[in-house]
Every structure is written in structure tokens, then in C-alpha cells.
Write a protein that binds this ligand. Sequence first.
Ligand code: NAD
Length: 434
Amino acid sequence: MENSKKELKVKKKAVPLKGMMDNVMEQFNSAADHINLHPNIRKILSITNNEILVNFPVKMDNGNVEVFTGYRVQHNGALGPYKGGLRYHPTVDLDAARALAMWMTWKTSLAGLPYGGGKGGIKIDPSLYSQSELERITRRFTYALADNIGPEHDIPAPDVNTNSQTMAWIADTYMSTRPPALRSANQHVVTGKPDGSGGLEGRDRATGFGVYLTIKFWAERNDMDLSGKRFIVQGFGNVGYWASLFLEQDGAKLVGVQDAQGSIENQEGIDVENLFSYTQKKGGTVMDFPKSQLVDKNDFFAIDCDICIPAALGNQITKENAPRIKAKLIAEGANGPTNVEGEKILLERGIIIIPDILCNSGGVIGSYFEWLQNRSGEIWHLEEVLEKLRKKLNGSFNRVYNYAQNECVDLRTAAFCIAIQRIEKAYIQRGIFP
Ligand code: NAD
């Protein structure tokens, strides 16, 4: 059989996102201490409910078969069905999925949604596969997950390297494998679908819009005018692009961007739409964008700016780069971008962090709207969706900000305390079966 191009390519070795579980556990324990969480509930929340690992074969374009490993971790379902993204990345493993699923539990609880937390994905570098291979990989992964997902049980959504197309394949595969009478009742097995296939108008921008809104809410509380403020973004994908666009529309200036290939800077400003069109022509990367200078990857977070938005992977702000960060405000578009040591340094330096479970919660709130829409057969339009999102996020932001002020804690601890207390209440009311 002819060798595939992929076999000739050298696969990049993924550096595991070490310690994400340590980070989320330390964040959880410090909030649990603050609210004096009941020890029994601490035990329950310290561990995941279910961990699903599937190995599944897929036929490649050249006729060869490859076996992939996929994961779905369901952390806690006390408040409702598990909810959280599917990531296609070489760093996906059980440890990363566990940590990300836990963050989802706190995020959905904080947002007041009727969901628990889950996360998963496939250990894969999707850039090495054709579109038709990715379709077969996604469909076979969905088939392998079988009844471990479902519209009232566990509802995946897009994450790093997955998008509305991936969700459409999952929905179609899941629906196609149900009994005929139940097919259309299962469309909301995933959210983040394209808007012609049960998707929500505006779900594409919901996370980035939410990142922008939380920055705006913080700025309003602190008499800061966003106009003319300089910001940098790590990750120019779904979250980074939309957050940048909304900030730019409010007068702020993008001065630095980093993606998986490298970093660029221009203190005069980088036009967000121009950069986006450029990345579409250049295979997704910002590298060599005209009128910008290349920046060493290790110097990215030290770029002079007012606001920093990590919107790529976890564990990016660490004790190595935290001392050099110039921004006064960090808005966590990504999940878990700041590790515990990095955060300690930032807080000592008086740098404000809008925590991930608040900052990027616009995505799961948008997903909830899509799920509701599918269940009720309603169709909402963009303006209505963005207004509903603004109201919901404003409520979450105010609760977190006020709690932090009243209890003299940082915003992350405040957000975790509120989230954990809602789950604690459910356990206290229901008790433990049997
Ligand atoms: P995406 O795949 O659309 O974009 C990811 C971006 O990060 C790309 O620009 C990529 O080049 C860049 N990147 C990857 N590795 C990098 C590295 N090592 N250094 C610098 N840049 C790197 O993903 P997304 O959906 O925008 O998600 C980004 C983050 O936001 C993730 O942490 C995700 O969990 C989180 N998040 C996403 C959503 C959502 O709705 N998509 C919701 C909440 C949180």
C-alpha cells in the first residue's frame, strides 16, 4: 500500500499541559476553605463521577487504518446534565480532561445554569489530517462514546480545534444511530452547531463577546475608559478573534498576538479584521503579518499593554513570565491559562485577574440558549441572543465582584465560592442515595 503523506511527516511531540489538575484542585481547596465547605461534599467534589476512554479505528484516505484515543470526563452532575467542550489536540489526556471538566462544573454553577461539568476530546494533531479523515474520526468517536453522551445526559460543544462543523457531524451521527422516532428529539446532543442545523445565531461569538463584556464591566466599576487601551491576545482562534473584535469596536487597540506558530507586535495597532483575513489565507497563522514585528515566544507576555487576554491553552502564565507582565488586567479567555504560582505573583503585584470560569462563560451560556431553543422549537435572532447574554453575564459579574469586595478575596476565589455553594446547597437538600 502507498505510504500516506502523514506517515512521511514528522509528528510534533506534544508537551503535556502538566499540573492543570493541581491548579484546579488548589483553586477549589482554597475556596472550599474560605466557605468552610462540609468535608463530605469536599470529598465528592474532589473527584470525577465518570471517566470514559475509547480507542477506535478509522480508515484513512490511503486505505490504512489508524487507531485514535478519545476521552470524556464527567466531573459532577448534581445540577444537571454534564456540559463542556471537545478538544482535538496532542495534549488531550485523562489528566487534562479531568481538570477541564472540573472547571466546567464551577463555570456552569456560577452562571446559574442547570448543568454539571464535563470535558473531553481526542489526542490528535488535526492539521495532519484531511477534512474527510476528520469527519470519519469525529463520527467514529461519536459512535464509540455511544450513550455516554446525550441531550439530557452529557452535551459536548466546540473547544480548541473543533468548531460548528465538528458539532454538525456529531449531531448527525448521534441522531442517525437513534431509533427513527427519536432522531429529531436528539438534535441538542451537542451545542455550537451551525445555524442551519439547530445552531444559535451568535454562538460563534458568544465566548469572545463574554470576554469583552467582563472586561467592560470591570472597567465600568473601576472608572476605566476602554478607548485607547492597548491589549494583547494569546490565541487568535474563536475566542481570541471575537474578543479582539468587540474590544476594537469599543476603541481599544490590539498591539500583540501570539498563536501556535509564533508572536507579533505593533504598538501602533493591529487591525483585527485585516489580521483575521490574513490568517484565513495563511493556513490560520498570524506569522509575518505586514506592519508587525516578530516577537520571541518567551517575550510575548512582556509586551507593553494595559490588558492581556490569554485565549489559547492552559498553564501559559507561570512563575517564569508573571513577573514580566505589563498589563494591569488579565482576562482569562482560555481555561486554566494561569497556574497557581503565576497567579500568586500577579496578585502580589496587584494585577487583576478576571477568572476563566467567569470571563469565558459566555460560551456555555450561549450553548444553554441553543439547547433551550432546540428543546422548545423557538428561534432567537442575534440581537436578542446578545442582549440575553449581556444580562446573564452582568448578573454573574456583579455577584462575583460584590462577593470579592465584601469578603476581601480575589475574583477567582469569589467566583469559586459562589459556584461551590450552589452545588453544596443541592447536596444538602437532596442528601446522598441510598
Ligand atoms: P481555537 O482552536 O479556535 O483557537 C486556538 C488558538 O490558540 C489558535 O489561534 C492557536 O494557534 C492558538 N494556540 C494553540 N496552541 C498555542 C500555543 N502553545 N501558544 C500560543 N497559541 C496557541 O480555540 P478556541 O475555541 O478559541 O479556544 C481557546 C481557549 O478558550 C481554550 O482554552 C478553550 O478551552 C477556551 N474556551 C473556548 C470556548 C469556545 O466557545 N470556543 C469557550 C470557553 C473557553
